[in-house]
Design a protein around this ligand. Structure first.
Ligand code: 13P
Length: 251
C-alpha cells in the first residue's frame, strides 16, 4: 500500500495574509487521522514563514522550483539548499507552467532533481501533454519521453514523486476522465517498474488538473493514483482538507 500524498501548489499566489490558510490546514490535520502525507508549496517569499507555522505538525512545506546549482551568480533563482534552509522538504519540478514560461527541458528538470536529492528534498517531477498532443494521439509517447528524460540517471529508488498533469486540465475546470487518468498512470507505473524494478512500484504518482473536493475521491481511488497535486483548490483550507479526506477515505 502506497501512502498517498496530497500536495498543494500555490503557484504565484499568496502574501502574508495567506498564512492563515497554513494555520487552518495545520489545525485541520491535527483533528484528522494520519492517513496521508500533506504538503503545501507556497511562493518562495512565504516558505520560511509557512514552514515555521507548520513546524511540529503533519503539514510539510516545499518549493515550486529550484536551480540546479547550490549557489552562484543566478539572479532571481533559488537553490534546493535554500528551500531546505527555509524549512522545505519537497520541491515541485518541471511543472508545465515552468516548461512553457521558462523553456525548461526535461534535461534541465533532471539536473534540478539531482540538486533536490543533493539537498535532501523530495522532487515532485511533473509531466503532462498539451491538448494538441492529445488530439494528435501523442499522449503516451510525450509522457514516456518526459519521464525518461526528467528522472535523473542517478535516481536509483523511489525517492521521488511523479505528478501527471494534463496541461489542458490545469486551471480550466476540465478534469481528465477516469479512463484517461488510468491509461496514463498505468503506463507511467509500467515504465517506472521497467526502469527501477520493484521499487518502481513504490513511487507515488499524483494526478493534477482541476482536482476539487467533488472529484478527488473518484480520482484517488484509482489503482495507480497515489494522491493529488492541487492548484486552485489548495488556496482554500476547507477545500484542501476535503481533498485530504478523500485521499485517506480509501485506506
Ligand atoms: P489546478 O488545480 O488549479 O487546475 O492546478 C493544477 C496544478 O497545476 C497543480 O500543480
Amino acid at each position: 500500500m502506497i501512502r498517498p500524498l496530497i500536495a498543494g501548489n500555490w503557484k504565484m499566489n499568496g502574501v502574508a495574509g495567506m498564512l492563515s490558510v497554513i494555520e487552518e490546514v495545520v489545525n485541520g490535520l491535527s483533528e484528522r487521522s494520519d492517513g496521508a502525507d500533506c504538503l503545501i508549496c507556497p511562493p518562495a517569499t512565504l516558505l520560511d514563514r509557512a514552514s515555521r507555522a507548520a513546524r511540529g505538525s503533519a503539514l510539510k512545506t516545499g518549493g515550486q522550483d529550484c536551480h540546479a546549482e547550490p549557489s552562484g551568480a543566478h539572479t532571481g533563482d533559488i537553490s534546493a539548499e535554500m528551500i531546505a534552509d527555509a524549512g522545505g522538504s519537497y520541491v515541485i519540478l518541471g511543472h508545465s507552467e515552468r516548461r512553457a514560461d521558462h523553456n525548461e527541458s526535461s534535461e534541465m528538470v533532471a539536473s534540478k532533481a539531482e540538486a533536490a536529492a543533493r539537498a535532501n528534498l523530495t522532487p515532485i517531477i511533473c509531466v503532462g501533454e498539451t491538448l494538441d498532443e492529445r488530439e494528435a494521439g501523442q499522449t503516451l509517447s510525450v509522457i514516456s519521453g518526459q519521464i525518461d528524460n526528467s528522472i535523473p540517471e542517478t535516481a536509483t529508488d523511489a525517492s521521488f514523486v511523479v505528478a501527471y498533469e494534463p496541461v489542458w486540465a490545469i486551471g480550466t475546470g476540465k478534469v481528465a476522465t477516469v479512463e484517461q487518468v488510468e491509461e496514463v498512470h498505468n503506463a507511467i507505473r509500467k515504465q517506472l517498474v521497467q526502469r527501477f524494478g520493484g521499487s518502481g512500484s513504490d513511487v507515488r504518482i499524483l494526478y493534477g488538473g482541476s482536482m476539487k473536493p467533488g472529484n478527488a475521491a473518484e480520482l484517488v481511488s484509482l489503482e495507480n493514483v497515489n494522491g493529488g497535486l492541487i492548484g486552485g483548490a489548495s488556496l482554500k483550507a476547507s477545500d484542501f482538507l476535503s481533498i485530504y479526506d478523500a485521499g485517506i477515505s480509501n485506506l
